[in-house]
Design a protein. Structure first.
Length: 285
């Protein structure tokens, strides 16, 4: 019996990082050199994180679409604004601002879905479940990937809840500190979404003690400063392969962005799977 391999969307969380020069982007760049266009030649997906911090102008999104017009099958996943997830205070204008940009990507056939990322403090209970249910209704027109970080979500009741709403349960890899959720791929619909934050335990612990304090970009990013070894990636890939038969699509997003580590590991991931940007759907057997 032939094994069925899901369609892969592999990329990084964001693409606009100055410290990716010259590790990824060339040091010498012409006036018309564009980072997103160059990125889209190497990967077929990107997770947009700037949308978590600000409500972007539709013109910016239109610019993205133009820049990737030559990249067949390139998709954006959009991280939902923090008003909806961390502040949990939003209004009709907030919804309109987000939806307008999502719809532009849908019309251009460039939207993979929306990432709804909750903080570690968002544990599993009736109130949290009801809040997710409300967001699910608000954004019912789009694929939804929900990231929760507390281990209380690792149970059959939570998985069944996600399945009932047809939401992808986002699998994350990060240091297992306290009650942090562990890396175990969970399938709740036909799409798997996996995010890799790195395993920099010391920096992660330090970031927790500095929570709420003013920090520089470098200080904020330090906990993601990690490069997965080939052995660690091989271990991860074995778990990824175990869910091939359960999904039709799989997103692999590297968020260990400092110094271009995410780019390195995303490329290694593709090489170890035996796939390329031109052929993200490939038999490994």
């Amino acid at each position: 019996m032939q094994n069925v391999i899901p369609a892969f969307h592999i990329g990084t969380a964001g693409w606009s990082y100055k410290d990716w020069v010259p590790n990824f982007y060339p040091k010498q760049q012409s006036n018309n050199f564009d980072w997103l266009q160059f990125y889209a030649e190497n990967f077929n997906c990107v997770e947009v994180n700037s949308t978590y911090y600000t409500y972007l102008s539709p013109k910016i999104v239109e610019g993205w679409i133009r820049k990737v017009e030559d990249a067949d099958d390139f998709l954006f996943t959009i991280k939902l604004h923090q008003d909806f997830t961390h502040n949990r205070k939003y209004d009709k204008q907030s919804i309109k601002s987000v939806s307008e940009n999502l719809n532009k990507l849908v019309q251009a056939e460039r939207l993979g879905g929306i990432l709804i990322q909750f903080p570690y403090s968002f544990s599993f209970n009736d109130s949290s479940a009801e809040y997710i249910r409300q967001l699910n209704e608000v954004f019912s027109s789009y694929n939804q990937f929900v990231e929760v970080r507390h281990s209380s979500w690792s149970n059959k009741s939570a998985y069944d809840f996600f399945k009932a709403l047809n939401i992808s349960f986002c699998t994350i890899d990060q240091p297992e500190i306290g009650k942090a959720i562990s890396f175990e791929p969970v399938v709740t619909n036909e799409t798997a979404y996996l995010r890799f934050h790195g395993r920099n335990v010391d920096a992660w612990k330090k970031s927790l003690t500095n929570f709420g304090k003013e920090q520089s970009y470098e200080q904020q990013s330090e906990r993601y400063n990690y490069c997965y070894s080939p052995g660690e990636l091989a271990e991860v890939i074995q778990k990824v392969k175990a869910i091939y038969c359960k999904v039709k699509e799989m997103y692999i997003i590297m968020n260990n962005h400092p110094q271009g580590n995410a780019v390195v590991n995303a490329n290694e991931f593709m090489n170890m799977l035996g796939i390329t940007v031109q052929k993200m759907k490939s038999s490994l057997f």
